[in-house]
Design a protein around this ligand. Structure first.
Ligand code: IPE
Ligand code: IPE
Ligand code: MG
Length: 246
């Protein structure tokens, strides 16, 4: 890619809401599942681009807690696609030294998907170039709710003092406990919403919306998005002048 990026100003954690598969297929007069199948190419391109650039953590929103409400045929197709992609992309992960991780309640996924995930997570556990974090049956509200319950139990059992609960306590009880905050959140397809994704973790993320539908999102699009990130000034509540002098 001949897009110049500043290696000193890369986002540590990039998260992507991969949206627009259904509309892409519809535009072509095809069924929604055709869009999902073609979205897999974009997944591979995005993973490779992120690894090339030197991103440490890439989180991809693959299936939300709300996506169960879709027609069963579509849900089944998405789960089958997950299983086949895990088989097909293992080589890409190994070749690029990428470790697979998941967030979300994967125990509610079909057994075949759970087995595939556990296999690939096991095989890639030693890879340390990048973490590919797949959000599956993920919902930010249920993640926070579970954290609140676990923390409450610890208080009741005298394992934790209320006074000692801080932001780190909450962080440590989320699925993302081992991962850094999201720096950059990309959503494709023109929708401008968060859809219950990483509400806590993306509190100070830079947001990036593109009209490109997910199956059309390629390496160059990811590079362009990162270039845009590098033009943003992250002020974290401070003034622009303060940022420039530090
Ligand atoms: C994103 O594409 C894939 C998933 C949510 C699994 P959509 O299927 O949401 O596509 P649109 O938004 O209907 O076009
Ligand atoms: C968000 O996309 C979930 C994933 C990309 C997996 P949706 O297409 O499900 O989001 P909404 O329902 O339009 O907000
Ligand atoms: Mg959608």
């Amino acid at each position: 890619m001949n897009i110049e990026l500043d290696k000193n100003r890369l986002p540590n954690h990039v998260a992507v809401i991969m949206d627009g598969n259904g509309r892409w297929a519809k535009q072509k007069g095809k069924l929604r599942v055709f869009g999902h199948k073609n979205g897999v190419h974009s997944v591979r391109e995005t993973i490779e681009a992120a690894a090339e650039i030197g991103i440490n953590v890439l989180t991809l929103y693959a299936f939300s807690t709300e996506n169960w409400k879709r027609p069963k045929t579509e849900v089944d197709a998405l789960m089958n696609l997950l299983v086949s992609s895990l088989e097909n992309e293992l080589e890409t992960l190994q070749k690029n030294n990428i470790r697979l991780n998941t967030i979300g309640n994967i125990t509610l996924l079909p057994l075949k998907a759970q087995k595939g995930l556990n296999k690939v997570m096991g095989l890639t556990i030693g890879n340390d170039r990048m973490v590919l974090n797949l959000a599956l049956n993920y919902g930010s509200r249920s993640e926070i709710l579970e954290a609140v319950k676990t923390i409450s139990k610890k208080v009741v059992n005298n394992e934790l003092e209320i006074e000692n609960i801080d932001e780190n306590t909450i962080n440590n009880h989320l699925y993302t406990f081992s991962l850094p905050d999201v720096d950059f959140l990309i959503r494709t397809s023109g929708e401008q919403r968060i859809s219950n994704f990483l509400l806590w973790q993306a509190a100070y993320a830079e947001l990036y919306f593109t009209n490109t539908l997910w199956p059309d999102f390629k390496k160059a699009d990811f590079y362009n998005a990162i270039a845009e990130f590098q033009n943003r000034e992250r002020r974290y509540g401070k003034t622009s002048e303060q940022i420039k002098t530090t």
